[in-house]
Design a binder for this molecule. Structure first.
Ligand SMILES: CC(C)(COP(=O)(O)OP(=O)(O)OC[C@H]1O[C@@H](n2cnc3c(N)ncnc32)[C@H](O)[C@@H]1OP(=O)(O)O)[C@@H](O)C(=O)NCCC(=O)NCCS
Length: 267
């Protein structure tokens, strides 16, 4: 973990970025996995974020036995659709990257990620402090966030795709798209940020998209450096942070009163 001047300078460089500027994921999170310091009044803990590009799939397939737990390997072998095979392996790979750091377990195959009755990921690994993981795959990107169970969080990523704009808009309340909020952002980017935040909240709640989307209504959207921050009308205990990275939006939902800092400085 980096403290002091080096980290402050890196954060200041990021904070100086202008509204609407599109950054590379590598600029915001140069390393995967990246530690996230979570600071509350009475608690300091950490989560770990990891990401990978789909171009890595072929190489990961070669080493799948070192990545997947035997139960996961059986599931992977049973998938017939190439797209599902790829999303499953990429998702498990980034999840293991993040969990390996949080659990201090370098052997990925020793960690099992099963699926619960709502298809939510369940971490199976003996540990005194229970942990959870949140997984997302979108376009060419797979991301995962590992965090202590006592501090609920989730992540979601979406590809910036104008073809989906109308479908997304149909699930977003007019007030959420108020152009007064960050007028420099295009409607497509604003929609994708809001959609991604809602989907991440639905993962925290474990209901996924099986609830009316209006329940997940967002309020406020403001920029803090390279990050967009907002809240939820019906879930006041949570907030979201979102980043626009080239062709994708990535969101993390976390408890409202937690300060989250990426370890962004070079190692
Ligand atoms: C959660 C959900 C919104 C994710 O949407 P998606 O388009 O698949 O998008 P993402 O790629 O971002 O996320 C996929 C990951 O979300 C996680 N996930 C799935 N369901 C989840 C849930 N209920 N809660 C939290 N996370 C969930 C999984 O880890 C999944 O990856 P995996 O299948 O490789 O393990 C969507 O799958 C959903 O609505 N699920 C609800 C399913 C449900 O309630 N089923 C009940 C049985 S009918």
């Amino acid at each position: 973990m980096l403290y002091g001047e080096k980290r402050d300078k890196a954060l200041l460089r990021l904070a100086a970025r202008g509204a609407g500027e599109v950054l590379d994921l590598e600029t915001i999170m140069p390393y995967s996995p990246a530690r996230l310091v979570l600071q509350r009044k009475d608690l300091t803990t950490e989560a770990v974020f990891a990401w990978a590009h789909s171009a890595e799939y072929a190489a990961l397939h070669q080493t799948r036995r070192r990545i997947l737990h035997p139960h996961e390997l059986a599931r992977y072998d049973a998938f017939t659709a190439p797209r599902r095979k790829s999303s499953f392996l990429l998702g498990r790979y980034v999840a293991k990257q993040a969990l390996a750091v949080l659990l201090r377990e370098p052997q990925y195959a020793n960690i099992e990620i099963a699926s619960g009755v709502f298809t939510q990921p369940i971490v199976k690994f003996p540990t005194a402090e229970p942990v959870e993981v949140s997984i997302t795959h979108a376009g060419e990107l797979a991301c995962a966030l590992a965090f202590p169970q006592m501090h609920p969080m989730a992540t979601d990523a979406e590809r910036l795709d104008t073809d989906n704009l109308e479908a997304m808009k149909s699930q977003i309340l007019p007030g959420e798209l108020d152009p007064q909020r960050l007028p420099l952002l295009s409607e497509s980017v604003r929609c994708t940020i809001i959609w991604t935040a809602k989907e991440a909240l639905s993962k925290v709640l474990k209901c996924g998209m099986m609830c009316p989307f209006s329940i997940l209504e967002t309020i406020e959207l403001r920029q803090e450096g390279p990050c967009y921050v907002g809240y939820f009308r019906n879930f006041g205990q949570f907030k979201f942070h979102a980043w626009v990275v080239k062709d994708h939006v990535i969101a993390i939902v976390l408890p409202k009163w937690t300060t989250m800092m990426f370890d962004v400085a070079p190692r």
